[in-house]
Design a protein around this ligand. Structure first.
Ligand SMILES: Nc1ncnc2c1ncn2[C@@H]1O[C@H](COP(=O)(O)OP(=O)(O)OP(=O)(O)O)[C@@H](O)[C@H]1O
Length: 586
């Protein structure tokens, strides 16, 4: 059974609000409201007794007790208003500061962090769940505190009035809590049986809709087994889960009634055998009815809090994710434009095999290096460790002659331009997306870079030219067009080092011509490290670094040297030649 976040919610929230000092008065307000409400309920005992017996109770007659009730009600109303305001203030502070904290934390994370599952959960958390985070304090924790205080006051008052009545209420609490916990556990168990199957079913439906082309071309649109299997599984799991949930629901529906019946029966029996006066017994039954609804409200708030535990856990994970350590100030670079990997070994996870094994390579400033090798050989990983998406497990990565771990993110990023396969464009105009390369670039510079990268040609085709909105992520453009924009950005940025993934998938003939021209221009101005797929790029590079399938450097040298050396590179080259269908003559 999971523990309720009742105890740890305060320290957790204290870490997440910008004014933790405001939580104390809010909690104190809820306690005072609960105490006043509890006292108002407890005052029913002397009020009804005074009314029924026509005598004074503790020096006050019925009218006096009515005044007490009235004063408590007015005080409760006013205090409730102020407690609610304090709770809402904390809730709003919580929401505001969460957005800032999550934003700051995201900005500090290494780029590799965004490839992890946590980052996927983050988008759901920020888009849908964070808005409900404010409820935790305003609608769950505050009411929980005030109702618990009320219940405690009622029990204390009952003990004070008559120890037998106090004992009855005290015993009712664990009975109520145990039955409620059992019912919640049953409902949770029922949900855990059918919910995962429903998620699978939903995924299968989406898959079925998205893969209609492939399914129809295989003639399987009538009988898509994974979907029908998922439906059968979901149906079977739902039937089983519902049975268990129904028992839980029955228990939860019965608990309040059950406890009321027990309280009335016990109180009635005590009145019959003379242990209790009949009138106080009647007054007590009225109080017991309110007491059970207070208990029910406590459990509702507690369960609602419990349901927010995954959100708080997720926020904790995001907020405590460790940023890569970096210095606070930039240092002078000993060898601007150069890149070096010195005996680098790196695995994406401790359990998995290394993606790079003892990789050493040197890229002098101004040179062009082509990374080649089989799919999965670690070419993209080399680019990622150079950009410090991840810190390596052993060895060193130097950019500009300085280890990347000794540079500020700003210093490192100012040296690099990255043109990777998954180019992200902002939901803005085409021109604004090119300008991202360098915000202070002039119109002429933007046009020159765009001409070279083939973006001007795109602008001429689009309905609003340069002012065309490219859509979120650039979905209004094709993959090849997005890559051209990324190349224009790189040309504009004029970074000393360019990392370029020459994605074959995005290359049609026109794109290819642009890439060739852009690479030529880039290599005149910068060091270029290119994950190369085209024969001409590979053969034209100053140095070729061939990785093997296990992430080791198999060979490095010029094209002629590697070809003359025979080995895997020569085989790789011949395969590429026949695949690309043309012969390069030396
Ligand atoms: N984010 C990741 N998490 C875990 N493993 C990864 C991740 N990215 C890549 N890998 C693994 O690391 C190894 C090297 O991958 P990498 O993408 O660097 O190869 P590549 O040579 O660029 O391949 P390709 O030419 O197909 O793009 C592969 O085994 C791959 O499965």
């Amino acid at each position: 059974m999971t523990t309720l976040p009742l105890v740890d919610i305060v320290p957790r929230m204290q870490r997440m609000v910008s004014h933790p000092e405001n939580m104390r008065p809010a909690i104190a307000g809820s306690v005072i409201v609960g105490a006043v409400e509890g006292l108002a309920l407890a005052a029913l005992l002397p009020t009804i007794t005074a009314l029924a017996q026509g005598t004074s109770v503790w020096g006050l007659g019925f009218a006096g007790w009515l005044w007490v009730l009235g004063i408590l009600a007015v005080a409760g109303f006013g205090l409730n208003y102020f407690a609610d305001r304090s709770n809402y203030a904390v809730a709003l502070d919580f929401l505001r500061s969460l957005h800032r904290l999550v934003g700051d934390q995201v900005a500090k994370q290494p780029l590799g962090w965004f490839a992890r599952p946590l980052a996927g959960a983050l988008s759901r958390m920020v888009s849908t769940e964070l808005m409900s985070a404010g409820e935790i304090f305003a609608h769950m924790f505050g009411p929980l505190v005030s109702r618990t205080t009320s219940a405690v006051i009622i029990i204390v008052a009952a003990w004070f009035w008559d120890p037998a009545l106090g004992a009855i209420l005290t015993i009712a609490v664990p009975v109520f809590v145990l039955i409620t916990l059992a019912s919640t556990a049953l409902m949770r168990k029922g949900r855990s049986i059918h919910e995962p199957k429903e998620v699978v079913l939903a995924n299968r439906v989406v898959e079925y809709a998205q893969s209609q082309g492939a399914i129809r071309s295989c003639g399987r649109s009538d009988d898509y087994r994974p979907l029908s299997r998922a439906m059968d599984d979901a149906y079977a799991a739902k039937s089983k889960g519902l049975w268990i949930e129904t028992v839980g629901l029955l228990l939860s529906g019965m608990v309040t009634q059950g406890v009321i019946v027990i309280l009335i029966t016990v109180t009635g029996s005590l009145a019959v055998d003379g242990s209790l006066e009949p009138i106080p017994a009647l007054a007590f039954i009225g109080l017991a009815l309110r007491f059970t609804s207070t208990l029910q409200a406590i459990t509702t708030s507690a369960m609602a809090l419990e349901s927010r535990r995954p959100l708080l856990d997720g926020l904790d994970d995001v907020l405590t994710a460790e940023a890569l350590p970096e210095p606070t100030t930039a240092t002078t670079l000993p060898a601007p434009g150069s890149v070096e990997l010195d005996d680098v070994t790196f695995a994406y996870s401790a359990a998995g095999p290394p993606a790079l094994r003892n990789v050493s390579l040197t890229v002098p400033a101004g040179s062009m290096v082509a990374l080649v090798g089989p799919s999965g050989g670690g070419k993209t990983t080399v680019a990622r460790v150079i950009s410090r998406f991840y810190d390596v497990d052993s060895g060193r990565v130097l950019v500009g002659g300085l280890p990347v771990t000794e540079q500020t993110t700003e210093q490192l990023m100012s040296q690099l331009s990255m043109v990777f396969q998954d180019v992200y464009l902002f939901d803005d105009t085409l021109k604004a997306n090119v300008r991202v390369g360098r915000s202070d670039a002039t119109e002429d510079e933007i046009l020159a870079a765009s001409d070279l990268a083939g973006v001007t040609e795109i602008a001429h085709r689009l309905p609003d030219g340069w002012d065309t909105q490219v859509g979120e992520g650039g979905r209004g453009l094709s993959g090849g067009e997005r890559q051209r924009v990324a190349i224009a950005r790189a040309l504009l940025k004029k970074a000393p080092i360019v990392l370029l993934d020459e994605a074959t998938s995005a290359l049609d003939i026109e794109n290819e011509a642009n890439i060739v021209a852009a690479i030529e221009k880039l290599r005149q101005e910068s060091t270029v490290i290119i994950i190369a797929h085209r024969l001409a790029t590979i053969a034209g590079a100053d140095t070729i670094i061939a990785l093997d399938a296990d992430g080791r450097v198999e060979a490095q040298g010029t094209h002629e040297e590697l070809l003359a050396g025979g080995g895997t590179y020569a085989q790789f080259w011949r395969r590429l030649e026949s695949a690309q269908g043309w012969q390069l003559t030396n």
